[in-house]
Design a protein around this ligand. Structure first.
Ligand SMILES: Cc1cc2nc3c(=O)[nH]c(=O)nc-3n(C[C@H](O)[C@H](O)[C@H](O)COP(=O)(O)O)c2cc1C
Length: 310
């Protein structure tokens, strides 16, 4: 059998393979280039950029938990002007799709930043981080379906790039939020950002993180992310989904793909194995070849319920 075709499309976004590096876990790519052949990935999503520089939250900002970690970085970044002047010129050279990720404090700020990036050469898409649990705004935006629809619609009006809404799992009904993003004109959704959690130092009688709460990521959240991807894929079959949450191996990625994701993001795994994403590309091809599958696209969304007749 010849080479497995790993190429995927998510609406207007074309990727050479379905493996992306998740925002906030791959720096601005430069930091990772010594560990990963970045051009071999399907794409990279640099750390969230905000309108103004942000110092982020006080430390400690991270703590390890069972099968995962909590973080409360608080969107530490140098702001959009610095991103355009300093990071974008480098990102244009990395040899794969670059998906910028932005977060505004309100809808107007999202619109302003999207307009600033719309005509920048070298960007494949824009991911809207409406789901960061570690800042006072942001999360609020992504939990209200009406706000999500309006936000995406207004960004759509000023930005020609494919739009990906990155959704929070900290809601009762993620499908309602995904539907709102689609109705507003999102080309795809990323599912999921981190789950709000708490780590306690009982001796001190204090939370471990300086911000008190943090976002849970890593293998611990994979079943929740899978459930949300499958629910959304079944309810909204026309909406491309990018799976994220605890994905560390090709088998993890394949689980998300059959559940209905057209691509995946590698997050926390890059911290303990910086080359996890590149290894995943190789292993995906091997796994599919071993199954006699010629194209990764043929397995997307093939998961069937045990409650359906055989
Ligand atoms: C330390 C850390 C920082 C993160 N920063 C961002 C960020 O800036 N923007 C964003 O959209 N997601 C951010 N995330 C969320 C990840 O992109 C991802 O959605 C989440 O961690 C779940 O995937 P994982 O379990 O593979 O890590 C961050 C996650 C971690 C662990």
């Amino acid at each position: 059998m010849g080479e497995v075709d790993l190429h995927v499309t998510l609406g207007r976004l074309e990727l050479k393979n379905p493996v992306l590096a998740a925002s906030g876990t791959f720096g601005y790519v430069r930091e990772m280039a010594q560990f990963v052949a970045v051009e071999r990935l399907g794409g990279v999503i640099p750390k969230t950029v905000t309108f103004r520089p942000r110092a982020g939250n006080p430390t400690p900002r991270t703590v390890e938990t069972a099968s995962g970690m909590l973080n409360a970085i608080g969107l530490d970044n140098d702001g959009i002007d610095h991103f355009r002047a300093h990071h974008l010129p480098y990102l244009r050279t990395v040899g794969t799709a670059v998906i910028a990720n932005i977060a505004g404090e309100d809808v107007d700020q999202f619109v302003t930043m999207a307009a600033m990036l719309s005509d920048e050469p070298g960007l494949a898409a824009l991911e809207l981080n409406i789901s960061c649990p570690n800042v006072s705004h942001g999360l609020d935006l992504g939990t209200d379906a009406a706000v999500v629809e309006r936000l995406v619609r207004r960004v759509r009006a000023v930005c020609t790039l494919p739009l990906i809404a990155k959704l929070t799992p900290n809601v009762t009904d993620v499908v309602a939020i995904a539907r709102a993003a689609a109705d507003g004109g999102a080309d795809a959704v990323s599912l999921i950002n981190t789950l709000r959690g708490l780590a306690v130092d009982w001796r001190r009688g204090r939370p471990i993180l300086a911000y008190d709460y943090g976002g849970l990521s890593g293998p611990a959240i994979k079943p929740i992310a899978l459930r949300m991807v499958w629910e959304t894929a079944r309810a909204l079959p026309g909406l491309p989904i990018i799976g994220v949450g605890g994905i560390a191996t090709a088998d993890d990625a394949l689980e998300f793909l059959v559940a209905g994701a057209s691509a995946v993001q590698v997050g926390t795994a890059s911290f303990y194995d910086p080359s996890a994403s590149e290894t995943m590309v190789d292993q995906l091809a091997l796994r599919l070849a071993a199954q006699g599958t010629a194209s990764v696209r043929s397995i997307i969304g093939t998961l069937r319920s045990n409650r359906e007749p055989v």
